[in-house]
Design a protein around this ligand. Sequence first.
Ligand SMILES: [Zn+2]
Length: 668
Amino acid sequence: MTYDGFVAVSAKQKRSRGPNRETPWRRRPEDGLSILRIALDTHDPVQRRRIEAMFAGAYQVRRAVQRAARNKTRAYWCAYHERQRDPEAVRDRLGLTRKALERVAYKCLDKAPHLRRYVSKALAMHLADSVFSATERHLFRDARGRRSGLPRVGHWWKFHRLPGRACSHTKARKWESFRLHGTLAGHRAAYTDGAGRFVQPRHLRPVESDAWWRYEGPLAVVFSGLADGTLVLPVRLPTAPCNQPILDHHLADPSRWHKVDLVRTRDPNAPGGWRYEAHLLVLTEPYASPATVARRARVAIDAVDRVAGIDVNVSNVTVASHEAGVAMRLGRIERDPPRRQRAHRRERAERRRKRALDRSRRAMNVAQYQLSKRQEKRARRRAAAGLPPVQVIPAGPRVARSDRVPLQRYRRDQLSRSYQRVRAALVADAAADAQARRAHAREVAAEVVHTHGYRLVVEDTSIAAWSRSWGRAVAAFSPGMLVAAIEREARAVAAIAGSCDGGVRRVSTYATALSQHCPCGARVDKTLADRVHVCTACGLRGDRDAVAAVLASFVVTSGEVDYDATRAARASIVRLLHRSNPYQGWQGTLTESNDLSAREGSCLTWSMSTPDTASRTVVVARRTVGTAASPILNEPGIRQTTSERARWRTDMFPRAGPSWLCSLRDNP
Ligand SMILES: [Zn+2]
């Protein structure tokens, strides 16, 4: 029996009698779903210690459940014959069900009664449920036929979320685990200054109530049912005028509040090193400002006949669109010089911090590192001259076994206070950068959909696979995030237009091979190095990405390019390519776009690593960026790996030119 079948049958058997007889509550999809992040005030040391202890206790429970889930899963895969006969029975026997994992969590609480001070049974149950969802993704394939890896035991520093329980929408005043009490009006009334402005002091007033369901004061997240009494955390709302409509949209109607999760993030400036937030799930559409709504409505009318194609590249995204072969538009998104410079500065600061971290780790764990060649030589020289040895921070590789596994695990290393602080700052900076990037992606997506409409086609490429070859270039440009933002915006516009075919449609690369074809229908083979499309059949010449984007915009519902339409629209395509492409050649391409940076990235990677993955060769750390994060013994330098040298010597490359590029054909 398939998993879906299993659910259907068990759902049918249930609910025939007993207290849950009535039809269960279902979320209406048309209500929408939005998450509001609310900051929690934890300046009170007593409450802060309680929430810290709560996270610590919950982590212990979750770890126990994760270990149980992992062991049970291993046993499940080992029971080969039994599984062939009846997989469901094996899961039941081993306890690989939601109920059984919940029982593991309860048992953990019973055996460690001290945890009951901070972790309630309901919280333990939700932790077990979240572990089971991860296990489920491993046990059962998803719609694409993929399953995720074996459930792992999570790390303390990556333990961020305490899942809450949704409030009941059928019974009044039923909301277990984390609840949000108070009203927005009450909050504003409590924090209004003499001039009638909404302001909040640095430390919010403590919130108290003996009847929470009737309470209408300032907002607070409440968790009752603990041995030490109710945990109450005051909520801090943004006071800026531009944020007020967002608060009204989410908080005005408490009947739409659905669920509260407690989330913590590393923040070196927060007391205790963690910042706490409540993520409130609200049954409403995500907020859109009046200007956004107006813009989307305009696009929904203007772009009703427009179809667009996207060509995604490591360092730029090209979009082309047309209305039935006429009124063609072409645009390219890439990082502008100031943005690139800012990213470069940030990268440098990050590298500096990472080097400081590495130095600090080496200084605290001297026994785990060998001396560098230079340090060794110096020590030998001093010993020969009869001088006493000097205390140094060893700069050599980590002490490891012959198979390069370190003798001592990294997590057993001693780390200094400043190490912890710098690492927290690094994480916080990375999070801030990611957020800024998402905001920028949203802006760009709005612009793209405004110009090119809400029906877009993109080749289904694996950006994860690119990251392996062009890690830094992809991370700097993040094309995946951009396409996702375009998709969200296009869907929002399509919803306004009432169209069901809006959004970004992915077509298989295998069927189309857009970058290897010409609008005339001829195949034009190109390597990644060929940035210019030159067709020998029809003489069309133009930027390679632009041609691919134009072809993508002519992909029909069957997933193939409509070459009759492209031939008919040839005149406008030629005009478009000519207008957008003043440079006609290799030199121009290099200076015009930031392909250069992508090539630099790929060049570094490819000349260092051995492309032969079968022999478990690792891409080694670059010498030029300082000490590697995990140094290994006998680390080969740039262009020193044997197979690469052999390739050069034996002239295995079929063509002249930049040799490393020939193996980088992006399409079959
Ligand atoms: Zn052609």
